[in-house]
Design a protein around this ligand. Sequence first.
Ligand SMILES: C[S@@+](CC[C@H](N)C(=O)[O-])C[C@H]1O[C@@H](n2cnc3c(N)ncnc32)[C@H](O)[C@@H]1O
Length: 221
Amino acid sequence: MRSIAPGLAGLSLVLALAAAVPAAFGQAGPDLDRRVQAFLDAHAGQWRDMNVSEADGRILYDLVLKSKFTRALEIGTSTGHSGIWIAWALSKTGGRLITIDIDEGRRREALANFRAAGLDGFIDSRLGDAHELVPALPGPFDFVFCDADKDWYKNYLVAVLPKLVAGGCFTAHNVSPRMRGGRGGGASSFVEYVLSLPNLETTFAEGSWAGISISTKRSEK
Ligand SMILES: C[S@@+](CC[C@H](N)C(=O)[O-])C[C@H]1O[C@@H](n2cnc3c(N)ncnc32)[C@H](O)[C@@H]1O
C-alpha cells in the first residue's frame, strides 16, 4: 500500500507557503489594523524628524481611502510617519507607495518603522535625490504627497503632472501662510503656481495646522 506521508508533507509545505506569502507582501485586515494602530499609539508624540502631525497623517489616510487611490508617490520620507498613514490606507485599497528620501539615516529608520508597523510589503522605499528620481519615474500615479524641499515643489509638480491620471491628486505639505516665511518661503511660489493651473482644482485641507494643498487633475493632457 502506498504511503500518504509525502502527500501530507506536500500539503504542509503548501499551507506553510500560503501563510508566509501574505506576511511577506502584507495583507489588509483586522490583524494589520491592530498592528498599525499599536505602532502609532506607541510612537504618538515622538515624531521628531520634520514629520507630519497625526492630524495631517489622518488627512492623507482619508484622502487615499475616499478616492480608492492605489498608485502613490511620496517625496520626502524622513522617518516614515506620513508614509505609514498613506501605506495603511493603501493596504485597504490594494495599492502601493513609492517613497523617496535623500538622507540615508532617516531612510534607514523609516524602513525599520515600516517593518515594525507591518506595512513594509506596501512600500517601495528609494534612497536618492528626488530632483533626479522623480522625473525618471514612469508613473502613472493617482496620489502624490510632496513633503521635501519646498523651493522645489513647483518642479516636482511639473515633473509629475503628465504622469498623474485624471482624477488623481497632488498634495503638498507646509503650504499654510504661517509656514511660508523663512526657509519655507518656496512654498509661496508653489501655491501661486498650482492655483494658476486650470487643469487642477486646488483646495486646502481643513484642520491642518501646517497646511496641505490638494490639487485634483481634471482631465488627461
Ligand atoms: C519634512 S521631511 C518629510 C517628513 C515625512 N513626510 C513625514 O511626515 O514623516 C522632508 C524630507 O525630505 C528630504 N529631502 C529634502 N530634499 C530632498 C531631495 N532633494 N531628495 C530627496 N529627499 C529630500 C529630507 O531628507 C527630509 O527627510
